[in-house]
Design a protein around this ligand. Structure first.
Ligand SMILES: Nc1ncnc2c1ncn2[C@@H]1O[C@H](COP(=O)(O)OP(=O)(O)O)[C@@H](O)[C@H]1O
Ligand code: SF4
Ligand SMILES: [Mg+2]
Length: 319
């Protein structure tokens, strides 16, 4: 166990059954391992359909894992009983992509924010409860006058502020943000990202920040993990990854985001996660692919301090 690691994901795989038993299951997440340290923001970037949401949900046991462990303070969340899990959940919260859909339309904002307190701090006095709700509204940039209103009366940005405020009510030690601004107007994304960054700084919590947007992940993360078809293909400190991306897929993502940057342009669509190629899952799109890439799945190798890549040919790739 990493002593100071708050969240340790080990060999996590998630599969979804197919409609016909004749087909193998869809491997949405495959043998993924990483650590999120205290107060750290780990960015998780990958194309749509690469398994980011499934990974987030599996960590919180919202979908069952096929194998692997999720250790929180050294305890495996995936095997603990329901009572214990409920106690741990206080520390681990999630902000969803679709803010309105994640809020109960029949509850006022005050009810929504009060609910986590009722679950985790049932002995709070009514006055203390009200004070906590008021303080959180203020911190989330929501005026006190909104407390008795319903989610459908709000803009997308306000709904996401409520979703973030709800997640923060139990003072989590780790906040998972799954594409927290993708559903919002471009004009307000920055404000919501800044709110998350401010909350993290004030509370010292760790964050797993999931997005398909490379520039956004770069802006908020200390370290970045790159996902391709449910596999972790590169993980590195932020500056190391952006200064010297190694995996051909990471390079292609960066070239796509900054067209003046040298690097392979991605050809084709990602393979269906239903039928990934054997060996390296990226090989049907990789201009560097050779025979050995079909032979076995590349293992993660440390190429510089804290910078790991899963590519058979990383030593031979051009700088
Ligand atoms: N509940 C489910 N049942 C079956 N397949 C699913 C389910 N949830 C996700 N998938 C599939 O798993 C893959 C990964 O999806 P997802 O985790 O949502 O990716 P991302 O969040 O990166 O867009 C996709 O192929 C998706 O269709
Ligand atoms: S292992 Fe081979 S196919 Fe996969 S990224 Fe490396 S060079 Fe490309
Ligand atoms: Mg998703």
């Amino acid at each position: 166990m990493t002593p100071d690691g708050v969240l340790q994901v080990k060999g996590l795989s998630v599969q979804f059954p197919r409609r016909t038993a004749a087909h193998p299951p869809l491997m949405a997440v495959l043998d993924v391992s990483f650590v999120v340290g205290p107060g750290e923001t780990l960015g998780l970037v990958g194309e749509s359909g690469s398994g980011k949401t499934t990974l987030a949900r599996a960590i919180l046991r919202l979908v069952p894992a096929a194998s692997g462990e999720v250790l929180w303070q050294g305890l495996n969340l995936l095997s603990m009983d329901a009572t214990r899990l409920r106690r741990q959940r206080r520390d681990l919260q999630i902000v969803f992509q679709d803010p309105l859909a994640s809020l109960d339309p029949r509850m006022t904002v005050a009810d929504i924010l009060g609910e986590p307190l009722d679950v985790h701090e049932p002995r709070l006095t009514a006055d203390a409860r009200q004070a906590r709700i008021a303080a959180m509204l203020d911190q989330a940039g929501l005026s006190a006058g909104l407390r008795d209103r319903y989610p459908h009366e709000f803009s997308g940005g306000q709904c996401q502020r409520v979703g973030i405020a709800r997640a923060m009510m139990s003072n989590p030690k780790l906040l998972i943000c799954d594409e927290p601004v993708s559903a919002l107007d471009v004009s307000i994304r920055g404000q919501i990202v800044n709110l998350l960054v401010d909350l993290q700084r004030d509370r010292g919590m760790a964050m797993l920040f999931i997005s398909h947007d490379l520039a956004l992940v770069r802006h908020v993360s200390h370290r970045v993990l790159v996902f391709y078809l449910g596999r972790l293909i590169e993980i590195a400190p932020r500056d190391s990854l952006f200064a010297a991306p190694m995996h051909p897929y990471t390079r292609a993502l960066m070239a796509a985001a900054a067209p003046d940057r040298p690097g392979q342009i991605l050809k084709g669509e990602p393979s269906s996660p239903l039928e990934p190629p054997g060996g390296c899952a990226f090989r049907d799109r990789c201009t560097h692919a050779r025979e050995l890439c079909a032979g076995s799945v590349p293992r993660l190798e440390e190429i510089s301090a804290g910078h790991f890549v899963a590519c058979h040919r990383w030593r031979e790739l051009p700088d």
